[in-house]
Ligand binder design. Structure first.
Ligand SMILES: Cc1ncc(COP(=O)(O)O)c(C=O)c1O
Length: 437
């Protein structure tokens, strides 16, 4: 057990107080253990976990099949060779290509950010263009070209006209004054804005999460993804689906297998290895082959010391096989629990006199404190009661239900959750709301 008495010293030695600055929470907690659907803090308090470490734990923390595969890889003496090929990378590449409809070839990275960065490089080399278009409210990693307009403040949004792109607002200092030279941001579900940018710039790629899951669950409007696909074809841009959050969670074949819109490149991460650090970039061979282009000026470097690390690959192989071989049982369980949660929350909120909308896709859900399911970040910023959301999340945490305490963050149910967990969560939620004016 960690010596929590030395917490102060540990915080002083960590710049910013937490590793990965997106993990900062209020109320602060030190977590010491996680298993299945639960987290424990340093006082040994248990929480039902819906954060799932920002969503990779589709099967739950410490899934026995995944851990067994990793332990077997360690015991076998699989090691990071860093030269030539390994059998495990062949196996995972075949499994990914077999599982995901629009994916012929892949490269592996150690994070979603690296995979998106690689996809953008490939798109730029393939098209010979520089500009990138992405969505406000989407998160595609922290690298400079996409680190803009995550969740603009309301003052900036009042001025924004539908059909137009946003003025760029970096989400980090230190990116350099030219970082956004080729970056363009529009609102999700605003197809006119996509067309206007594609018309006026030589866009290499439109990068989007097919469901915006950084700001809860913002679904594409009927026909939107199809229209983006058509526009990309018409204007010669590639369509990149960032399925880091949607991939594996909604279906083994990703959201692309549900919406049946064919991206040119796709990016996966998170649930692909159930919590072990892996990113995947993949797509059609005619595009992915640019990583080995005969012309060195068009050849794209995808590299990383830890890419296809054997323990991570062992976790990914075991995760994909489990999701494939027990698909009906696993996705059936996730859908059942998701529906139970949605129904229960709707019942509870129907007794309150403020506007709420529960939005769910399979095992991912969120409660918006507004009267409709949002279509964009701007819609959320203008209509969602974010102060109430913040208080609601804090109260749930204090009462043993852990949702990430930042407004609109997605709740993630895992295969390890049980019906009893959902019922307990609903009971706690009901009690919490009774005490919230
Ligand atoms: C949709 C999406 N893309 C990319 C990323 C970046 O992935 P990583 O944190 O593994 O670098 C995230 C992380 O939350 C994400 O949600």
């Amino acid at each position: 057990m960690l010596d929590v008495g030395s917490r102060q010293r540990q915080v002083e030695s960590i710049a910013g107080g937490v590793m990965s600055l997106n993990r900062k929470i209020d109320p602060m907690r030190m977590f010491v253990r996680a298993s299945g659907a639960y987290l424990w803090d340093h006082t040994n308090r248990r929480y039902i976990d819906y954060h799932a470490a920002f969503a990779p734990y589709l099967l739950g923390h410490g899934d026995p099949d995944i851990d067994k595969a990793v332990m077997e890889a360690i015991q076998r003496g699989d090691s990071l060779i860093g030269a030539g090929m390994t059998p495990w990378e062949v196996q995972i590449a075949d499994l990914l290509a077999d599982s995901i409809p629009y994916l012929d070839q892949v490269q592996l990275t150690s994070s979603g950010t690296e995979a998106v960065a690689s996809a953008i490089r490939i798109a730029r080399s393939f098209t010979g263009r520089d500009h990138i278009l992405f969505m406000q409210g989407g998160y595609n990693g922290w690298m400079d070209s996409v680190a803009f307009n995550l969740m603009d403040p309301i003052e900036a949004l009042w001025k924004h006209e539908p059909g137009t792109e946003h003025e760029l607002r970096p989400i980090s200092a230190g990116m350099g004054s030219n970082a956004g030279q080729y970056s363009h941001v529009v609102e999700f579900n605003d197809i006119e804005a996509v067309e206007n940018v594609l018309k006026s710039q030589d866009v290499a790629a439109v990068v989007l999460e097919p469901i915006l899951q950084n700001i809860g669950i913002v679904k594409p409007q009927p026909g939107y993804l199809e229209a983006v696909r058509k526009l990309c074809d018409a204007y010669g841009a590639l369509l990149i689906f960032d399925e880091v959050k949607t991939g594996f969670r909604h279906a083994l074949g990703g959201y692309q297998s549900i919406c049946e819109v064919c991206p040119d490149l796709s990016v996966f991460g998170k649930a692909v290895a159930n919590g072990y650090p892996m990113g995947v970039v993949g797509g059609k061979s005619r595009i992915m082959s640019f990583v080995a282009h005969p012309d060195p000026t068009r050849r794209v470097l995808v590299a990383g010391t830890y890419n296809a690390h054997p323990f991570v690959v062992a976790a990914a192989i075991a995760s994909i096989k489990k999701l494939r071989d027990r698909a009906d049982e696993i996705y059936g369980h996730l859908e059942r629990l998701g529906a139970l949660m949605e129904e229960g929350l709707n019942d509870i909120f129907s007794e309150r006199d403020y506007a709420t909308t529960v939005v769910r896709q399979g095992s991912a859900f969120v409660v918006y404190f507004m009267d409709h399911a949002p279509v964009s970040w701007k819609d959320i910023a203008l209509n969602h009661n974010s102060k109430f959301d913040a208080r609601y999340r804090k109260m749930l945490i204090v009462n043993g239900v852990f949702h990430f305490p930042v407004e609109t963050k997605q709740g993630s149910i895992s295969f390890a959750h049980t019906q009893a967990d959902i019922e307990k969560t609903l009971e706690i939620t009901k009690n919490v709301l009774r005490r919230m004016p």
